[in-house]
Design a protein around this ligand. Structure first.
Ligand code: LMR
Length: 340
């Protein structure tokens, strides 16, 4: 009897060791942009940190440039468990029923990055992630890209210049309303299709931070870019919730730490990547880069700010108010610091 118990113990030990050796966890991380962008580089950083911190128990496979899935499909693939991790822009959450994310698409709501980070890193960010919980998705972090610029084959100085332009947008109702307020015709289209659509004249123009514009070679097919900084493009890094909750606790905690460090890295490089991309666009000389005058900017703001009110219900008045409050608080702190 005793011998039998010992044998059972040895057998169990053997099986559990075997299970451990074979327990490699794979995270497929799919995204739609080039590897050489803030999101692409941070995904690589996360891979490196995650594999190192889990001692090789976790392998992260990155699929950039819509190699696996386009915008809408990638969210479905995450929910079904075909991939485990994504970082879609906030503008892509509306179709899954999380319209609150469109707060980040509102034109001219964030005067600078400081305000933006306070909002996403505070209660608003928590509320957004809580909303995802109900959709089989867990939110891990917010990553930056940067402020968007307008591009087309026509100069865009005054609002009248947008009249009748077909402008590609991401799948956000706010972005649709923004383009309509400018007098343009918005066209929702997957990111991977934008270059060809611009080249073939299916659309006339688009909006994106310069890092996306340059790495997709849009400067080859867009003669004009206006540095308008009229809106923001950033990401929510998300995982399949059942996958995440099912991870061994030590693995989940190592991955959380890896994500934390990758996020610090991401936010450090995002602005720099956009500045460098702008220098490359200027050097390529295929796109004329225009800075709005203060009067032109004021005209854009006049037609675009009413979009906030239009979306009070869809996004939530309280969320919009949080952004206004953060902007007022940062302005107050900045002016007090100047007086010192
Ligand atoms: C876009 O579709 O324009 C962006 O969301 C792409 C991205 O992920 O930065």
């Amino acid at each position: 009897m005793k011998l039998r118990n010992v044998m059972m113990f040895v057998l169990t030990l053997g099986i559990s060791n075997f299970a451990l050796a074979a327990a490699e966890i794979t995270i497929k991380f799919s995204h739609v942009v080039a590897p050489d962008t803030p999101k692409g580089r941070a995904a690589e950083k996360f891979k490196q940190l995650a594999e190192q911190k889990t001692g090789g128990k976790v392998k992260v496979e990155i699929y950039p440039n819509s190699q696996l899935y386009k915008d809408r499909e990638e969210i479905e693939a995450l929910q079904s468990g075909a991939v485990q991790m994504l970082a879609p822009s906030m503008a892509k959450f509306g179709p899954m029923g999380a319209r609150e994310f469109e707060l980040f698409d509102l034109p001219f709501i964030f005067p600078n990055q400081e305000v933006l980070h306070r909002v996403m890193d505070g209660d608003v960010g928590k509320k957004l992630f809580a909303k995802l919980d109900t959709k089989g998705v867990a939110g891990l972090a917010f990553w930056d890209n940067g402020f968007k610029q307008m591009s087309s084959n026509k100069p865009m100085h005054s609002v009248a210049d947008f009249s009748g332009l077909k402008m590609r947008i991401q799948s956000s109702k706010v972005l649709g309303a923004q383009m309509k307020a400018l007098g343009a015709n918005p066209q929702v289209m997957a990111f991977s299709e934008v270059y060809t659509a611009l080249q073939q004249g299916v659309v006339d123009g688009t909006e994106n931070p310069v890092s996306n514009f340059y790495t997709q070679k849009m400067n080859e097919v867009q003669k004009h870019m206006t540095m308008s900084n009229h809106g923001y493009l950033g990401y929510a890094v998300i995982v399949n919730k059942a996958f995440w909750d099912g991870l061994p606790a030590d693995v989940r905690s190592a991955l959380s730490q890896a994500m934390k460090e990758a996020t610090v890295f991401e936010r450090e490089i995002a602005q720099k990547d956009n500045d460098e991309a702008l220098a490359k666009v200027i050097a390529a000389k295929t796109t004329t880069v225009y800075e709005l005058t203060p009067a032109e900017r004021a005209e854009w703001q006049k037609v675009l700010l009413p979009v906030h009110k239009e979306f009070e219900e869809g996004i939530g008045k309280d969320l919009i108010q949080s952004a206004y409050d953060a902007a007022a608080q940062v302005a107050k702190e900045q002016s007090a610091a100047k007086k010192k």
